[in-house]
Design a protein. Sequence first.
Length: 126
Amino acid sequence: MKLDVKQINNLLTGIVLACELRSDKPELRRFVTVRSFNIDPNGKPSLWDKKIKSADEGNHALFVVHSYSVLAKYIELDYDIDDDSLEDNIVIGDIIGWERLYEILSGYLNDLSVLVPQWNIDNPVE
């Protein structure tokens, strides 16, 4: 289970990938997002420049996975959603490299191909 070339390129140029998961509660919608940051020469995370990257750069990238649920009616009514509106809000940061990212994502997804740029889904949190 690995990301494809397009997903890798999206992540390594600063695009957040997301998908909607099945919720156990009908009144909730559940999402997972993944984003990456470059680690600069001083060891600090920074945004990627928009150039095409080599997948090898992801071996040293910092990844953040965010999983949360939100009331479906908030999305339907187009409410502004802040962290206080989220349920089951889990942020896993300090994920370094592809292998660790795949390990974390396997707890949420059986198929990574469902991760798409976040603007392609109803992801209410950016």
